[in-house]
Write a protein that binds this ligand. Structure first.
Ligand SMILES: Nc1ncnc2c1ncn2[C@@H]1O[C@H](COP(=O)(O)OP(=O)(O)OP(=O)(O)O)[C@@H](O)[C@H]1O
Length: 868
């Protein structure tokens, strides 16, 4: 009898029903409608056609409730016309608020598409949208196509994983899986089934084990797992192995001799905003130093997806993450954020991404509340005002369970600070202040206990469910944490080969990744993410990468910006706006610096006491040797005292400035780097450092001069001397900041100190008079700020000592013969041609020039590190 109608089903585009899966053959099977029923025939496919778990080799009668699978577990889609009556529910998708899934994006039409959910799978239909609906690549437009959870649907150019859409549908109408089977409804995140009284669903049947199976929801899908039962767990007639399998509404779950129809209830949080951001890596390669760390990485991070990145230590996870957030510029390829190249558009795109680096991006001296408020003022878009920042800080603290720690200093934990897990959450909280649409985190669970790690992962799961794209590097997560991931990316790199890390896998995390790497299945041992890392060394990284590339269709990218640009093009800021913004950043940073100094009492006390202590020491060492008339000292004694005292004065001011600044930048490098990515200006940053350190230098200069001037009997004019000391202190600050900016660690910065201090001493002009130095060294000494401070202070002092004459017997070596062996002579001798008018001016000018040059140098160093 001839069929009424027939459909060819397979992977070839010309088939009536296209199922584009690696295990499905080009023309896989034929479905026929005949009379009131259907029959199916395999067309010589490689992997076979199965009906209710049995391989068929001839025309086999089937009906809609039968489980028909193509190759390795791919459900056969029913022709949509046939299924219309069978469709148990419809998910409407579009921009209009009355859709089941609302995608509030310009590229999405009001009523864009719908998904028909039937007993055996789903079909998506475009509803005549303006920008079309495509499947798995932006260009592959469809009017109607079968849909599975692993597909990515493009609404215009906005990509949304199908898993997210399928989990958003309304509850099915009618009895799933046939009216004759009892329904097994998953409404909680997880459910254990078995005979034991502690099970979530107690099934008192002799063929059911104490703890028989578990069913749980994760990342938009539901999974069924056998818990080592005696009589097995079945899904649509196939016995489960050790690994969990995806379960959908309508599937038939068999436990021992009992059968149930699965009904997966949907998570209402997923229904409104499946996400706004697509992050794409297009063939990204990064060279660092002389080695290529990663190469050819292409991936697309969909909206509201929680994606993990695993790989052996040193494989390039952090490098990839930093390229994705715009912190490291790829040597090859590009990173796009909603179609905008993050590295080309300096600000906007980058600022839309929340990035939590491995190192803390908080000052440990501050309390949790202070850290968040300062960060909020610096980072919240559009220069948010005080009440807005306050509201946002309170809301974020509450959401992350940190309200109780608001007044607790951040760290260290052993010094009464918050715990490691709380600190990770504070770092995350800082990012959430600006409500980013994408969040990238470098090892957010490292160093945490398994409970804390799970808590952080649950938090990230929630953030992804709210519509964010969340991407994190992770080392060997526990099974519960691993299950929370939607997708997993794995980087493989051959240890010691010098070859780059390659993308070895990117796809569903659990159990998909375990299946891909085919770890050794040990009966009774629960599967674990460690098996992936153990499997990697079995093949070279290139072999994994090739195998992965063969297993999935090549990634295609949107050719035009996909979705909403990261920052709506508003009115460009005027010069006045920019100035106001810079002033606000400067003010916030000054307040934060002061708060840190106030909290860091030990360090600040040391900074403030060093001036009086050193001043008293100078007086004690040199006594009143400079007050010649009163002590009756001889000429060389007095000139030596005056020379040494003025030299040590200038040197101390320089030193105070330098030592106060040496840790300032290097000590907060991670914070600076992160804030710079989110729009911190270099000008306000440097200005804030000079403001606070300059104020400290000012107090120190006043104390130093007051004590030494009075104690040693100096006669130089106070105000000009103070001006020179303050300038010296500022140059010292600039030297300290330059060392701090150039050093990778605080230890390196401190190790560089003698390199600075000793030339100041040796070439300053006091230990060895300048004119005695060989010519090149003398010329080099003009670059030494201590020499200028000395000249200025000495000539000021000389100007006030015109008449004193030493005993005739005294002779100063190298002194010009003549009758006036005054201190003026010594100044003239050391700095020929400088009068008491010229000397201080030349010194001030030289010091000011050095200050400006050093500021330029610090800015250059910091700028060169921006993209490093
Ligand atoms: N600035 C740099 N210059 C040269 N090589 C670098 C630089 N930064 C990192 N590398 C090298 O790149 C490789 C990858 O480093 P990366 O930190 O990305 O690895 P990872 O997978 O995150 O490691 P881990 O898991 O240990 O954190 C390492 O071999 C590292 O030594």
């Amino acid at each position: 009898m001839a069929p009424d109608r027939s459909w060819i089903i397979g992977a070839d585009p010309g088939c009536d029903l296209v199922v584009d899966r690696p295990t499905v053959s080009g023309r896989h099977c034929r479905l026929e409608r005949i009379g009131g029923g259907y029959r199916v025939e395999d067309l010589g496919s490689t992997n076979g056609t199965f009906v209710n778990g049995r391989l068929i080799n001839r025309l086999t009668p089937v009906s809609m409730p039968d489980a028909i699978t193509l190759g390795l577990g791919v459900p056969m889609p029913w022709p949509v016309d046939e299924r219309e009556d069978d469709a148990r529910s419809v998910i409407r998708i579009g921009r209009d608020p009355d859709n089941d899934v609302v995608l509030d994006e310009a590229v999405v039409s009001g009523r864009h598409a719908r998904i028909l959910l039937g007993g055996r799978g789903a079909v998506i239909e475009d509803l005549g949208s303006s920008n079309g609906t495509s499947l798995n690549a932006p260009g592959r437009r469809i009017d109607r196509a079968p849909l599975s959870a692993s597909d990515v649907v493009y609404f215009g150019s906005l990509a949304v994983p199908a898993a997210r859409l399928l989990s958003s549908g309304p509850p099915p109408i009618g009895e799933p899986g046939g009216a004759d089977r009892p329904r097994l409804t998953l409404s909680a995140p997880a459910m254990v089934l078995g005979r034991g009284s502690d099970c979530d669903r107690v099934l008192d049947e002799p063929t059911i084990s104490e703890h028989h199976a578990r069913i749980w929801r994760s990342g938009g899908s539901a999974y069924l797992e056998d818990l080592g039962s005696s009589n097995g767990t079945f899904l649509n007639g196939r016995r489960l192995g050790r690994r969990p399998v995806t379960v959908r509404t309508g599937d038939v779950i068999g436990l021992g001799s009992c059968e149930f129809a699965a009904s997966i209830e949907h998570d209402p949080a997923r229904r409104s905003s499946p996400g706004r951001v697509v992050v794409e890596a297009r063939g990204v390669g990064v060279d660092l130093g002389r080695s290529t760390v990663i190469d050819g990485v292409s991936m697309r991070l969909g909206p509201s997806a929680l994606v993990g990145l695993m790989g052996p230590s040193g494989s390039g996870k952090t490098t990839l993450l930093r390229a994705l957030v715009g912190d490291t510029r790829p040597s090859r390829g590009a990173v796009l954020y909603n179609g905008v190249d993050v590295h080309e558009h300096d600000g906007g795109a980058r600022r839309g991404i929340g990035y939590v680096p491995q190192d803390d991006v908080v000052h440990r001296e501050l309390t949790v509340g202070q850290a968040l408020r300062f960060s909020g003022r610096l980072r919240m878009p559009g220069g948010a005002n005080g009440p807005e920042v306050e509201r946002r800080v309170r809301s974020v603290l509450g959401r992350l369970g940190l309200s109780d720690t608001e007044r607790v200093p951040i760290g260290p934990a052993e010094g009464g600070g918050i715990s490691g897990g709380q600190r990770k959450r504070v770092n995350l909280a800082i990012e959430l202040l600006a409500d980013p649409a994408a969040l990238m985190l470098d090892e957010p669970t490292s160093g945490l206990s398994s409970e804390d790690a799970l808590m952080v992962m649950r938090l990230l799961r929630r953030l992804a469910d709210e519509g964010r794209t969340v991407f994190l590097t992770i080392h060997q997560p526990g099974l519960d944490a691993f299950r929370l991931l939607d997708d997993l990316a794995v980087i493989a790199r051959d240890a010691g080969s010098g070859r780059p890390g390659r993308l070895a896998y990117y796809g569903p995390a659990y159990p998909g990744a375990l299946e891909f790497f085919e770890p050794d299945a040990k009966p009774g041992v629960p599967p674990s993410s460690d098996e992936i890392l153990r499997a990697l060394p079995r093949q070279p990284a290139d072999a994994w990468a090739d195998r992965f590339a063969r297993s999935v269709p090549p990634v295609e990218f949107a050719s035009s910006p996909s979705g909403r640009p990261p920052e709506p093009p508003g009115v460009p800021p005027t010069a006045a706006d920019r100035l106001r913004h810079a002033a606000s950043q400067w003010y916030t940073l000054v307040c934060r610096n002061l708060a840190i100094k106030a909290a860091d009492r030990g360090n600040t006390l040391a900074l403030l006491t060093q001036a009086p202590v050193i001043a008293i020491l100078i007086v004690l060492v040199f006594g009143r040797g400079a007050a010649a008339e009163t002590t009756g000292e001889s000429w060389p004694e007095v000139s030596k005292m005056v020379g040494s005292t003025t030299f040590v004065l200038g040197l101390s001011a320089l030193w105070f400035g330098c030592s106060g600044a040496i840790r300032e930048i290097v000590g907060e490098r991670a914070v600076y780097r992160r804030e710079r990515m989110s729009g911190l200006g270099l000008g306000p940053y440097l200005a804030s450092k000079f403001t606070v350190l300059g104020a400290i230098g000012l107090v120190q200069s006043v104390v130093l001069l007051a004590v030494v001037h009075a104690g040693s009997g100096l006669r130089g004019p106070l105000l000009p001397m103070f001006g020179l000391l303050l300038l010296s202190a500022l140059v010292g600050v600039a030297i300290g900041l330059a060392i701090s900016a150039a050093s990778r660690t605080t230890e390196v910065a401190i190790a560089l100190v003698p390199l600075i201090l000793l030339p100041l001493l040796l070439l300053g002009g006091s230990l060895r008079p300048r004119h005695d130095l060989p010519t090149p060294i003398r010329q080099a000494s003009d670059l030494i700020p201590a020499r200028w401070a000395y000249e200025g202070l000495l000539t000021l002092e000389a100007g006030r000592r015109p008449t004193w004459r030493p005993p005739a017997s005294v002779d100063l070596p190298g002194r010009r013969p003549g009758p006036t062996p005054e201190i003026r002579d010594m100044a003239e001798h050391s700095f020929p041609g400088r009068t008491e008018r010229m000397g201080p001016r030349a010194s001030a000018l030289a010091l000011a020039t050095m200050l400006v040059a050093l500021c330029g140098l610090i800015a250059l160093i910091l700028r060169s590190r921006d993209g490093a």
